[in-house]
Design a protein around this ligand. Structure first.
Ligand SMILES: Nc1ncnc2c1ncn2[C@@H]1O[C@H](COP(=O)(O)OP(=O)(O)OP(=O)(O)O)[C@@H](O)[C@H]1O
Length: 627
């Protein structure tokens, strides 16, 4: 009968293992051949490789790998959703089920048009209601099947425990599985109807204190979202001008499908003027969301963080909301550092699978605005040749990231210097101390909120590294209090006695002053390879204009590898606060890529102020320890 010809599968520690009854289930190119409608399962084999390239690229995007005709595993870290197929209450005989495993699929039915108005994009009901511990109980059998629209209502569907239909054994369950597959340079949702042979051994305690065995869907979803939060409520802020005007299309075509299929609830706000995201964050109803995703460059997350900071209820806002980026701008340092990718579809997959983590911010004060609002910075502050190059090459914006490198090289080879005074409170002054600090802190996962030790030691899940020595984190969801926002070193007070004044022989000849919190400042620019999410320090890099061009050239050329910090001519320290007083008459600071006035600037670390989403609960691996 028809059901015997369906794809059959079992659960393993790694994922859903597709078994075939027929040796001819897959063609050479991964197409199903058993008479069912064909589904191209290209590159399921490379799904096993969840590793993103450490250079800030994306996952293994090679879809030309040999296909696995049998025993193909869909890893849990690529599974977006699972639902029971409801057959018993439909009047349908299982033998009459469509042979096409996709015919009854209910793709996201959000019917929004593509206009640039702010509007709700809540996905349809089937996406909002997910199988949960409470609605998966087998006794609940409220089934709905709209045969006209062939939609499966998840609320009904999820209420069922996959009880066997005609021709199925007790331990068999018919489910619809949605998972992410590579396609070209992206990852896209794919759906498959599977007959799963499974008897769950997992139990949970229900609201009455009884021990209840997991349903297979519940077990799949639990393993697929281990350590991460399911069904996020996301406010997506799109800068329609971001990424040379491509941000909106990038989000809608690449990121949104992954979010929708994962059961996220989405609303979109478009920025209508410069700095609009500050106002959006300042005024939004924080009870409606748990995540703000900036489909933009790094400018919008900067604005969102500063908008939240200006709220009277900022403690609640920073306790509740995670701020993340879907890389749709020209500078996407946050996504490269946090999601380990510059690709919006892979970043969306990382978003739904990530670990909520508290990261440090930096609080910036300058005379012209410190009495109003100090500015929070999540990425970097720079003065000197890079600040000038980044901002002053805006006129060649159309060139994309390369404009940054051209500007830097141009000014460096002109031998420009930017005299200043710098006062620093060190955490690790020498390169040796810095390395010790890095090694001591890199596996601590200090800010992880949802981290738990790997429940499945044999699992290949990449959510949790097997060889780290993490323990369950004790951070409370209401970790922050107003005290966390208090400045330890107000600019109005004299420089504290435990700060050191840097040698003026160096600072009078300074070319680059760069402080940062994330490893990548742009694609292929690993400027702060020792940066850690929540180690309570800022990384400082300084260069001297007297470095000969013959030595400066290799330093600049090693920015992609991050090994520039090892060069003896480059100052590299970890600090908790600093004050820089420029001595030049014209110029600027750049804070998170934004233009700031040429005035004394004082910055201090704000430990774990911002909740964000990190793949594996950590920044992209910079390989600093092996440099
Ligand atoms: N509708 C708008 N009109 C004009 N400016 C806008 C608008 N929306 C946002 N902006 C501004 O655009 C700037 C850059 O935003 P974003 O970082 O998203 O883009 P980007 O493509 O990465 O640009 P950049 O090259 O500056 O990094 C921000 O300063 C923001 O205030």
């Amino acid at each position: 009968m028809a059901i015997q010809k369906k794809l059959r599968a079992i659960l393993t520690d790694e994922g859903v293992l597709i078994k075939s009854q027929s040796h001819h289930m897959f063609s050479k190119h991964g197409q199903l051949r058993n008479g069912d409608s064909l589904s191209l399962l290209s590159c399921l084999s490379c799904l096993d490789d969840g590793a993103l390239s450490s250079d800030g690229g994306s996952f293994n995007e090679d879809d030309s790998l040999e296909l696995l005709p049998f025993n193909t595993t869909i890893p849990f870290n690529r599974i977006l959703n699972a639902k029971y197929v409801n057959t018993s209450s439909t009047g349908l005989d299982s033998s009459k089920l469509s042979p096409d495993p996709f015919q009854h699929e209910n793709a996201s039915s959000s019917s929004e048009n593509d206009e640039g108005e702010n509007r709700s994009l809540s996905n349809d009901k089937s996406q909002q209601v997910q199988p949960t511990a409470s609605n998966l109980h087998p006794s609940s059998t409220k089934h709905q099947w709209d045969s006209k629209t062939t939609k499966i209502d998840a609320s009904a569907d999820a209420s069922r425990d996959g009880s066997p239909m005609l021709g199925m054994k007790d331990n068999q369950h018919l489910i619809d599985l949605t998972f992410a597959v590579p396609k070209g340079h992206d990852v896209v949702p794919q759906k498959l109807r599977l007959l799963i042979d499974h008897v769950s051994k997992k139990t949970r305690t229900n609201s009455k204190g009884q021990s209840v065995t997991f349903g297979v869907v519940e077990e799949i979803l639990e393993k697929s979202y281990e350590n991460s939060k399911r069904n996020r409520s996301i406010l997506v802020i799109i800068n329609p001008h971001g990424g040379k005007g491509t941000a909106k299309t990038l989000f809608l075509t690449k990121a949104r499908p992954i979010l929708i299929e994962s059961g996220c609830k989405i609303e979109i706000a478009y920025t209508k003027y410069a700095r609009h995201a500050i106002d959006i964050a300042k005024d939004l109803d924080i009870s409606k969301y748990d995540t703000i995703a900036c489909a933009s460059g790094d400018g919008i997350p900067y604005e969102v963080i500063n908008g939240l900071y200006r709220r009277p209820d900022r403690v609640e806002a920073f306790n509740k909301l995670a701020v993340t980026q879907l890389p749709c701008g020209s500078g996407n340092a946050m996504s490269i550092s946090c999601h380990w990718t510059n690709n919006p579809s892979y970043a969306a997959l990382c978003l739904v699978k990530s670990i909520e983590t508290r990261i440090d911010l930096m609080c910036c004060s300058q005379p012209s605005y410190m009495n109003e609002w100090p500015r929070l910075s999540f990425l970097s502050q720079t003065y000197g040749v890079i600040a000038e190059s980044d901002i002053n090459t805006e006129f060649i914006r159309w060139m994309g990231p390369i404009r940054f490198n051209l500007g830097v090289a141009f000014n460096i080879f002109q031998g420009k210097k930017y005299p200043c005074e710098v006062f620093v409170k060190y955490a690790a002054k020498s390169k040796k101390e810095l390395k010790v600090h890095f090694l001591e802190n890199k596996d601590k996962n200090t800010g992880c909120l949802t981290f738990e030790p790997n429940l499945h030691p044999n699992s290949s899940s990449d959510l949790v590294s097997k060889n780290n020595n993490n323990t369950k984190n004790e951070l409370s969801p209401n970790f922050l209090t107003e005290d966390n926002f208090r400045l330890r070193y107000p600019m109005t007070e004299p420089v504290p006695s435990d700060w050191e004044k840097m040698d003026s022989d160096l600072t009078d000849n300074l070319t680059i002053f760069y402080t940062g919190k994330m490893p990548y400042i742009a694609k292929d620019t690993k400027f702060f390879p020792a940066a850690l999410p929540a180690d309570g320090t800022i990384d400082l890099v300084i260069t001297d204009a007297r470095i000969p061009v013959t030595k400066m050239t290799p330093i600049l050329l090693s920015l992609d590898k991050g090994s520039h910090v090892l060069e003896p001519e480059v100052v590299h320290s970890k600090i908790v606060a600093y004050k820089i007083i420029p001595k030049v008459k014209t110029g600027l600071f750049s804070v998170d890529g934004e233009k700031f006035p040429l005035e004394p600037l004082q910055v201090e670390i704000m430990p774990m102020l911002c909740k964000t989403l990190l793949r594996n609960g950590r920044y992209i691996d910079t390989e600093f320890e092996t440099m």
